[in-house]
Ligand binder design. Structure first.
Ligand SMILES: NC(=O)c1ccc[n+]([C@@H]2O[C@H](COP(=O)([O-])OP(=O)(O)OC[C@H]3O[C@@H](n4cnc5c(N)ncnc54)[C@H](OP(=O)(O)O)[C@@H]3O)[C@@H](O)[C@H]2O)c1
Length: 328
């Protein structure tokens, strides 16, 4: 498959390494907002073509698929252009800065040819956790606690990424909380509504941490999210139900339910770029659909609103979000 990669920063470079080390792919073009950055990446990864305008790249007729790894504020427009050109498109999360931006793409393009690379969906033990939750072994869910740790303050203060210029509500909410919301919806916990949110803010104005409470619509479990500044990266989701408990974490999935012990170490099934081959052949990808990514962004929009106004989110339409599977 001949692939073009738009965005050659932290995420784009990771996808480029995956693509150039896999014989099934040939990277024929790279793009960045600055042509010198695109050319530097083209030299490094031995790619023939470099562009500063993604729309021109998509019109070359040289591509069978596209990876988009750009700042959320510009991603929806680039994805729309790729899908209008009929190209299978892998998008790095969260795919847009707001749900409305991504919904505009969803309505106007071939959205079934897109997948959003929330990378925990590619982990075998997370897929296993989803299976355990969907078979109802945990009973009625009672509490869910999510904790994500990382050097968030530093990430939004320094460095040569778009994060140094990020404003309030577009920091860890888009970078990290989007992963947590996608993980919860992927595990079958939803629809979700934001109840409370207190966000820590960096000197540059970006949200860099916080405590968030969500409610699972129409059922019991109160869900708490803690985003904690820490030099070491770590993450875990702890779920308790009437039938037992389950922890899905960076190191694996573990717990006990209905007298059985669950203990499986973390393992990767495959890389996100593999989704491009599935999209091209009309098979379901492991990444999120655009509809699922919109659901994630709707919850992020709610969290911004409750953090801003300091009260429970309410919608005139009381629109339910996410996926119901009866587990909570
Ligand atoms: N899945 C994960 O765990 C994970 C990890 C990291 C990042 N991400 C996601 O990946 C995305 C990119 O993050 P990053 O850390 O790679 O950011 P980054 O290092 O700042 O790189 C962004 C890239 O996008 C390019 N770009 C910006 N605007 C553009 C435009 N209008 N047209 C074409 N190219 C444009 C930039 O060009 P220049 O080089 O010229 O500036 C740069 O190459 C974000 O959505 C982020 O959330 C996901």
């Amino acid at each position: 498959m001949k692939v073009g990669v738009v965005g050659v920063g932290v995420a784009g470079a990771s996808h480029l390494f995956d693509l150039v080390s896999d014989d099934r792919f040939s990277v024929v073009a790279v793009g960045a907002s600055r042509i010198d950055r695109a050319r530097r990446a083209a030299d490094l990864f031995n790619v023939p073509l470099a562009f500063a305008d993604p729309a021109i790249m998509f019109e070359t007729g040289e591509l069978d698929g596209v990876v988009v790894a750009t700042p959320p504020s510009v991603t929806a427009g680039i994805v729309g252009a790729a899908l209008r050109a009929g190209l299978p498109t892998l998008i790095d999360k969260p795919a847009a800065a707001s749900a409305d931006e991504l919904e505009a793409v969803d309505r106007n393009a071939h959205h079934t040819r897109a997948a959003v690379a929330y990378n925990r969906r590619y982990l075998d033990h997370v897929i296993q956790g989803r299976a355990i939750l969907s078979d109802g072994r945990l009973g009625v869910l009672t509490t869910i606690g999510c904790e994500w740790r990382g050097p968030f303050e530093q990430r939004f203060a320094t460095g040569d990424t778009f994060r140094a210029k990020t404003g309030w509500g577009h920091g860890v909410l888009l970078d990290t909380v989007s992963h947590i919301i996608d993980m919860l919806l992927y595990l079958g916990v939803g629809p979700l509504v934001a109840e409370r949110a207190v966000l820590a803010t960096s000197p540059t104005g970006a949200d860099t941490g916080g405590r968030i409470a969500l409610q699972c619509v129409g059922s019991e479990p109160m869900i708490t999210l803690r985003i904690v500044d820490d030099p070491l990266e770590d993450w875990r989701v702890e779920i308790r139900g009437t039938g037992g408990h389950l922890t899905v974490s960076r190191s694996g999935v573990s717990g006990r339910c209905r007298g059985q012990t669950i203990d499986r170490s973390a393992a990767e099934t495959r890389r996100p770029v593999d989704d491009l081959l599935d999209l091209a052949d009309g098979r379901p990808a492991l990444g999120a659909t655009l509809t699922e990514a919109i659901d994630v962004l709707r919850v992020i929009d709610q969290i911004r609103a409750v953090a801003h106004h300091g009260r429970r989110w309410s919608s005139p339409r009381a629109k339910a979000l996410g996926r119901l599977n009866g587990s909570c």
